[in-house]
Design a protein around this ligand. Structure first.
Ligand code: PEP
Ligand code: MN
Length: 682
């Protein structure tokens, strides 16, 4: 039986313990009150971090000294302090959040302040809108352990370098520990040779740096007279070590930031053997993060193939068959399974994207094991689409062209004193004004499945209006002419299912009743811009008109065509630049970007751009579209297809899901840089 009554020989000691425990708890409560007072002061200054490493080192040193004085284990006292401090941080972070201060993330990395990883954290978190507290660790394993033990919220590790290739240890950690990749960052790695102040390069006999940095600068080092390379655990630590040694014979290869932090002088910059030396970093967390809509993503996967002939080929074909691009493939050893291999693949796209999901379903069927290591923003795509340092676009207000004086020959089309810019409503969508409209879909409606898949694809990337031709003006009478009336119903159904009004082209006056019954907007194609009978007929309809510029038409002729429609009473006209015929043969047509600001000078009507028919090749569509957005277009109309290789019309220019996502990412960055918003994605 358990006797709760204290025995006489332990009674007094236990009484003492109870009293001390009481004091300990009271002291802890008092300590937390003092911590809260400091927290309140810190949260008044949003730039002051909660974590103050210098102060914590002082506290820890005092605890250690007192532990020694009392003959207590430093480990034991250290553990207690760790818990006390962790609780204090959480309390202060809570105060910071409650006071509306900025959010903070604790990020672990390998190395010390000034290391390239340190700079990569700054770069990556600048786009996340979160302030960081960075903690350097000696090894990659320690960083990952800190993450798993919740000592940090995130870990940033280098995964590959453009000169030296994969960082095998990090790759291995990613595949063997339960962590998720949640973001990536690319950093140009510029190595410098840094010496103690006053020293010169010819005095140097020893160059210290991280082994990978030494490898990246192998030829430079070999070219220096009687200089020996000495590995160090980190580039920035090598710099501070060189500063401590204060020996002019010893120099460091490090970043300019590390040289500055250590008070060294740079004697040579950019010493890597390859001019464009970049490192790709991955940001890790304990759990996956939610995907940001409309942002191009990449997924890292680990899969093991069955040990039989052609198994790897079947996996790769699974990705190719569904149009999923692999940006990286690497083989890894499998711990505990000698001479069996796993493969790490980076694939553009992510769960929820139809082609990606279909590829994973196919590949899972032929792999022994498949695990997703993380789905994260594809920063390489964002950089390619937008040739400016991403995340650092300044907010620029582009001065819109000044309206030209009213033109008596074009009374309805040109600006009048009273009219501002026109808004044209198409179903529930308004084109023009401050908004931006994306119209997208296939060149032609081909069948129910194709138009439904296309609608889903474009809707995901922000399209508000679905396009699809059913009466196709083809150069050859033997080419697919469109599904006609049957296609109209399929188009309207697909639009309804995905909440998008639809636009389709009219070739003949006789088809207008049918088109008006099913579509929300009539398109007059380039070939019919001066079909005056057709223009007059659509002018008598109560449906908005998308008027495309004829391929040999001047801007004045386009405005004349719009005047024809408006003169009949239909004022809902949207103008579209789609490329004109010039001597240039490299593109299908020459996109006249200047038409955008010129039209805006001359008319109040909304102006959109079709980069697809100008480009003729899908690779050119995104850059042309971004040029149009930058020039001030009110919207875009683009062709996209769920399976471009099967398209029956304008196959070469059809955007894939990945290119649609690139377009959305690039255009939304430009639009938000001038204070606008890209259409919301559903
Ligand atoms: C189209 O948009 O389907 C089309 C045929 O375009 P354009 O009239 O500009 O050639
Ligand atoms: Mn087309």
């Amino acid at each position: 039986m358990n006797d709760s009554k204290p025995k006489a020989d332990t009674r007094s000691a236990r009484d003492q313990i109870d009293g001390l425990d009481q004091q300990l708890v009271t002291l802890l409560a008092q300590r937390m009150q003092a911590v809260a007072a400091v927290g309140a002061a810190k949260s008044r200054d949003p730039n002051r971090p909660v974590f103050d490493p210098d102060r914590e080192h002082q506290v820890a040193a005092r605890w250690r000294a007192q532990a020694q004085e009392h003959g207590l284990s430093e480990y034991f006292v250290g553990r207690v302090l760790h818990e006390v401090l962790a609780h204090s941080h959480r309390g202060q972070e809570q105060q910071r959040r409650a006071s509306g201060g900025r959010e903070e993330a604790l990020v672990g990395y390998q190395g010390v302040a000034g290391a390239f990883s340190d700079a990569a954290i700054d770069k990556l978190f600048a786009t996340r809108g979160v302030t960081t507290i960075k903690r350097g660790y000696a090894t990659f394993v320690e960083v990952v352990d800190a993450l798993l033990q919740s000592a940090v919220d995130h870990a940033l590790l280098p995964i590959e370098n453009s000169t030296c290739g994969s960082v095998a240890e990090v790759s291995q950690l990613l595949t063997t520990r339960g962590i998720a990749i949640v973001d990536e960052e690319y950093l140009a790695v510029e190595h410098c040779i840094a010496v103690v102040p006053g020293a010169t390069l010819d005095q140097v006999r020893e160059l210290r740096s991280h082994p990978v940095a030494l490898l990246q600068c192998q030829q430079t080092v070999a070219g220096l007279h009687a200089v020996r390379a000495v590995p160090h655990f980190d580039t920035a630590a090598a710099a501070s070590h060189v500063a401590e040694l204060a020996d002019e014979k010893v120099a460091a290869i490090c970043s300019a930031a590390a040289a500055r932090l250590s008070g060294l002088e740079i004697v040579r910059r950019d010493v890597a053997d390859q001019a464009d030396n970049q490192t790709r970093f991955v940001l890790l967390a304990r759990a996956p993060e939610q995907r940001v809509p409309a942002q191009p993503v990449k997924t890292s996967l680990l899969f093991e193939v069955q040990n039989r002939q052609g198994a790897l080929l079947e996996c790769l074909q699974g990705f190719a068959a569904h149009g999923c691009n692999l940006t990286r493939l690497e083989s890894r050893i499998l711990p505990g399974k000698p001479w069996q291999y796993g493969f790490v693949a980076d694939v553009q796209g992510g769960t929820g994207d139809a082609p990606f999901d279909a590829a994973i379903a196919t590949v899972s069927g032929v792999t022994a094991h498949l695990r997703i290591l993380g789905c994260y923003p594809d920063r390489a795509v964002a950089r390619a689409a937008l040739p400016v340092a991403h995340g650092s676009l300044p907010a620029v207000a582009i001065e819109p062209p000044r309206p030209a004086a009213a033109n008596a020959a074009l009374p309805r089309v040109s600006h009048s004193k009273s009219s501002g810019r026109s808004l044209v409503s198409v179903g529930s969508v308004a084109i023009g004004g401050d908004g931006f409209t994306l119209i997208a879909g296939p060149c032609a409606v081909e069948d129910a499945e194709q138009i439904a898949d296309a609608a889903r694809l474009v809707r995901k990337c922000g399209a508000q209006i679905l396009r699809g031709g059913v009466f196709k003006p083809r150069s050859s009478p033997y080419s697919f002419q469109g599904l006609g009336a049957a296609g109209l119903e399929l188009l309207a159904d697909a639009g309804r299912s995905h909440g998008m009004p639809v636009v389709t082209e009219a070739l003949r006056v006789e088809d207008l009743d049918l088109i008006t019954a099913h579509a929300d907007m009539i398109q007059i194609g380039a070939r019919n811009m001066q079909n005056f009978a057709l223009l007059k007929a659509v002018g008598q309809r109560d449906l908005p008109v998308l008027l495309k510029r004829g391929m040999s038409a001047t801007i004045d002729e386009l405005l004349g065509a719009a005047e024809y429609i408006m003169a009949e009473g239909n004022h809902r006209v949207v103008l579209c630049e789609r490329g004109i015929r010039t001597f240039e043969r490299a593109t299908r047509a020459t996109l006249d970007v200047s038409a955008v600001p010129v039209l805006k000078e001359r008319t109040h009507l909304p102006v959109i751009v079709d980069p697809s028919h100008a480009a003729g090749r899908r690779e050119l569509v995104v850059p042309l579209a971004l040029a149009a957005v930058a020039a001030g277009a009110d919207g875009l109309i683009v062709e996209a297809h769920p399976r471009p290789e099967e398209a029956r019309c304008d196959k070469e220019q059809a955007l894939t899901a990945a290119l649609m996502a690139q377009l959305a990412a690039g255009a939304s960055a430009i639009i938000s840089s001038r204070g606008g918003t890209w259409p919301a994605v559903r």
